[in-house]
Design a protein. Sequence first.
Length: 420
Amino acid sequence: MSTAPALDKTPAAAPAARRKLSLPVLLLLVAGLLCLVSAVRIITGADSLTSVSQMSTALQLAVPIGMAGLGGLWAERAGVVNIGLEGMLILGTWFGAWAGYQWGPWVGVCVALIGGAIGGLVHAIATVTFNVNHIVSGVAINILALGATRYLSAMIYDGMDNATTRQSPPVPSLGEFTVPGLADALADLNKHGWFLISDVAGLLGGVMTGVSWLTLIAVALLPLSWWILWRTPFGLRLRSCGENPVAAESLGVNVIKYKYMAVLVSGALAGLGGAFLSMVSSNYYLEGQTGGRGYIGLAAMIFGNWMPGGLALGASLFGYSDTLKVRGGTENTHALLLLIAILALLAVAWLIWKKKYVGGVVTLAVSVLLFFWYASTDSVPSQVATAMPYVLTLLVLALSAQRLRMPKADGQPYRKGQGK
């Protein structure tokens, strides 16, 4: 009779330990970045770079990216790669707007969760039950979601008032709130343009002005997910399925069940991000309004090293870059050239200190080119602002790839009882 394999305890050469950033060090880095942004704002005169409206818009654009990324985190922590996040976002936008128009916005949110979860269920059946390649299944879901919503729109919205075959009627608002008194005070402080103080006021004012109730729910889901996945027996079992499903099964964990639950939650979270797009960012469903945010959410999750905190930082970064095509696009993008050039120069110093000379030389060349671009121009083409989120996605992934650690069994096929 074969024995179930246990975790390998054979001594091995331990890799060089990586230091984890302590909270004080992380706060110092954030403070240093804020000081650098403030200095760039003053040098370039791009005062809207940290304005209240800019930060408020960045928060709105970060939420759907963050929900897609959080959905990917749940699935991949259980060992299932979810490239189908874009399709689940699309399902959330359509079902949320359709139900919100029929029965009210909060019903629309609930139906969007169900719509996204349906996409997750299809992905789970394909990958967990039939062991279809996870990438192939995810791409198929993205295509099927686009086709299904186009068919439903043509069937339901055709001939309706204030609707077309690719756009829903207006959806009632979910409502929003502004912190009375404090929001106005921060806005006034931000207008003074003082070094660092006005920038911090703009950042805080952006999260206190015109905030949707759905934004609060989305933000609360990040620490809630961390607590569930890292502080509960349920989360430990789920994560074990993504690290070593054979060992987890030998300890009595129903791996198939946990993978299904994780992918269903993944789809529901992406559906919530879709509802945000069609009910908060705008008040109607419009074909193509996801704009690749499912893929950017996946990139934010990878940038965050499969952790909710890092995911939140990545979503904020990509959400902010997405505001460039909405508010002060060319002016702010031109100012960001200087900011990125300075950051690249700091990266050169760090790479040389780490004795990574080839990477240092390449990064130095990039920094010099960016400095030259900034100094030789007064603005940038509008297409640069539009492309910035996608360029930033590739840049961040390229720079952070060496420090990533995905779940060990992520994307690997698994069959019940395969360890026996």
